[in-house]
Design a protein around this ligand. Structure first.
Ligand code: BEZ
Length: 258
């Protein structure tokens, strides 16, 4: 396995500590385009998203950070604070931000990127959080950051993570969708099915007894007959929407032509 010297330490992808579901985000002090911040204080009592990209001044990253800028109002509505990260310098982040805004906004005069970018030049967070991509390297042959997303709850623990390679840009609409699911399921005893969107049917967790489900979801619980005869596919309306719900078909329709 390839080993790189990162901040004087021999590093491989297998000895990056990483962050797993339920782990507390370490309270790193970081240099950002908005000054020095400590991550816990920056996120405060809000939800937080820490997302990394490989390099400044690259095309896919520019589209991604531009999309996040455009969606920042949607994240604020959900009380989510955003912070980006790469191993580039603060100076690069500041200058590249103007390109991101120019790509993204009709009017850039007086505009600022609505979230800070961390300069992790020493790769301290990248190694501690398992963000390095062994495929994409800087001019010294040291890996740069992959496209990670960490969604942190108000209790500072990891609720969800995504890890994409440098060649595949992320969908931040999907990240908004999963924030909606995480926030709903943090407060209500439900789970959300594939492709769920707010207002769609939610699912009753498999370990919940029928009587408890009936009491908890008075609008109704609909179960779908399964060949096994087991009643585990149980739907109920989105408890934050209160409309009735039609269970979706078991399988989405596939295109008929190959
Ligand atoms: C990009 O953002 O376009 C990119 C960055 C690193 C490798 C490949 C693509």
């Amino acid at each position: 396995m390839e080993t790189w010297s990162v901040a004087g330490q021999p590093t491989t992808t297998s000895n990056m500590p990483g962050l797993l579901l339920g782990d507390e985000l370490p309270n790193f002090e970081v240099e950002t385009t908005a000054g020095t911040v400590k991550l816990h204080e920056y996120f405060g009592d809000s939800w937080g998203i820490l997302f990394s990209h490989p390099r400044d001044y690259t095309p896919v990253c520019t589209t991604e950070l531009g999309r996040v800028a455009r969606l920042s109002g949607e994240f604020s509505k959900r009380d989510v604070k955003l912070i980006a990260l790469s191993v580039d310098s603060l100076e690069d982040h500041r200058n590249w931000s103007k390109d991101i805004l120019a790509y993204n906004c009709e009017e850039t005069e007086g505009c600022e990127l609505p979230y800070p970018i961390i300069a992790d030049n020493k790769r301290e967070l990248a190694v501690a959080l398992g963000m390095l991509d062994p495929v994409e390297k800087d001019k010294n042959g040291i890996p740069v950051t992959a496209r990670c997303v960490f969604i942190i709850g108000p209790d500072k623990t990891l609720k969800l993570s995504l890890l994409y390679p440098n060649t595949t840009g992320r969908s931040f609409d999907e990240i908004l969708r999963v924030v909606d699911s995480l926030q709903l399921t943090a407060h209500k005893q439900v789970a959300t099915p594939t492709e769920w969107m707010p207002g769609g049917c939610v699912m009753v967790p498999p370990n919940m007894p029928e009587e408890e489900a009936a009491a908890l979801f008075p609008i109704g619980v609909f179960s779908k007959e399964m060949p096994s005869g087991r009643k585990y596919l149980r739907y109920t309306p989105d408890p934050q929407d209160r409309k009735g719900c039609e269970p979706p078909p078991a399988e989405p329709e596939l295109p008929t032509t190959l």
